[in-house]
Design a protein around this ligand. Structure first.
Ligand code: NAD
Ligand code: TYD
Length: 344
């Protein structure tokens, strides 16, 4: 893809989180002429450390604020060409412990942004969503999620993301807001808060701890390296059609959680004794698998790294960035106790 973009000012929400901060790095490197405004409330998952190397750039502006703040959002939206909306509560386990904030941020927060984007006539509202809205596929089946797979969310997290997707479509259909949606599979990579499977497994091994595997470990996710998610967003922002949904995934073969954990253990030179089976997550979705052939065939997008390559990069990053993740783990002890106690 070329290094020119029609967008002069982009509002990124949730840019201090995992994918948002990777996206800001990606974008400012490729399109330094764009002005990027990052609106982030800095919840437990938001961290300005992720962006300290771009903070000084004149094309980048950080605004600490909540997407639920209608007045602030209205002010910021003025002069914005495109919105890339990442801000959300994103962790399924937290949504099981405390669902309400998922509805506030993910549903109402999205509506606040949609309304302001409509009022200020943004050229494109890119809603970042998840494959989890489609529910759970059977283990061992060859079925995949497609653009027209009916919604069947099963966790408070995925239900709130499903509602936000419906709202984006409603603003398109009813009011003519130019929107696109990407439903992406599980991401892994640099700057992921150390509470998700990859980041928790890698950091636990560095700390000499076990890796908790839920249930029988046979659950399947369609893993994608975060930089490849960023390049897919780039493609859709520039080439996607208004009102369309694009599915983004990373793998072509099923890989179970247990296999992932064993790969991490092998790459880190550790022992499989570190695997600790714990009680299963409530309502644990069995299998996700994404058909990302439209992005591939129509737009030439594909992941740039294999799972092994992405994992090796990720492990190296967590090894040298202990000062980034250690304090986050320490601050999250209450959550870890609650989440894993419940599973003992
Ligand atoms: P994250 O939890 O790492 O980051 C979320 C960011 O949003 C944080 O910086 C947080 O401070 C900010 N935020 C939360 N509530 C806010 C509010 N009310 N106002 C302003 N900012 C707020 O999440 P992530 O993993 O980077 O996910 C980003 C988006 O991508 C989410 O919409 C998520 O649903 C979607 N997604 C994530 C994955 C994944 O594997 N992580 C996969 C597919 C889609
Ligand atoms: P996670 O990274 O939380 O993403 P999601 O729930 O959005 O898919 O979990 C990925 C898979 O790993 C999921 O099947 C749950 C499982 N898992 C574990 O087995 N142990 C853990 O400690 C965590 C956090 C997740």
């Amino acid at each position: 893809m070329s290094n020119s973009t029609p967008y002069q000012t982009i509002l990124v929400t949730g840019g201090a989180g995992f994918i948002g901060s990777n996206f800001i790095h990606y974008w400012l490197k490729k399109y330094p002429q764009t002005k990027l405004i990052n609106l982030d409330a800095l919840t437990y998952a938001g961290n300005l450390e992720n962006l300290k190397d771009v903070a000084h750039q004149s094309s980048y502006q950080f605004v600490k604020g909540n997407i639920l703040d209608r007045e602030l959002v209205d002010q910021i939206m003025s002069g914005v060409d495109a919105v890339v909306h990442f801000a959300a509560e994103s962790h399924v386990d937290r949504s099981i412990l405390e669902p309400a904030i998922f509805l506030e941020t993910n549903v109402i927060g999205t509506q606040v942004l949609l309304a302001a984007a409509l009022k200020h006539r943004v050229k494109r509202f890119h809603h970042i969503s998840t494959d989890e809205v489609f529910g759970s596929l059977e283990l061992w089946s060859k079925e995949q999620f497609h653009n027209h797979t009916p919604y069947d969310p099963r966790s408070p997290y995925s239900a709130s993301k499903a509602a936000s997707d419906h709202l984006a479509r409603a603003y398109g259909e009813t009011f003519g807001l130019p929107f696109v949606i990407t439903n992406c599979s599980n991401n892994y990579g640099e700057y992921q808060f150390p509470e998700k499977l990859f980041s928790l497994a890698i950091t636990n091994l560095i700390e000499g701890k076990n890796i908790p595997v839920y249930g029988d470990g046979k659950n399947i996710r369609d893993w994608l390296y975060v930089q490849d998610h960023c390049s897919a967003i780039d493609v859709v922002l520039h080439q996607g059609s208004d009102g369309e949904t694009y599915l983004v995934g990373g793998l072509t073969e099923d890989v179970s959680n247990l296999e992932i954990v064993k790969m991490i253990i092998k790459l880190m030179g550790e022992s499989e004794d570190k695997i600790e089976f714990v009680k299963d997550r409530l309502g644990h979705d069995r299998r996700y698998s994404v058909d990302w052939s439209t992005l591939n065939k129509k737009h030439g997008w594909k992941p740039s790294v294999t799972l092994e390559e992405g994992l090796a990069k990720t492990i190296s990053w967590y090894r040298v960035n202990r000062q980034w993740w250690q304090p986050l783990k320490e601050k999250s002890q209450d959550f870890f106790k609650l989440n894993y106690q419940q599973k003992d």
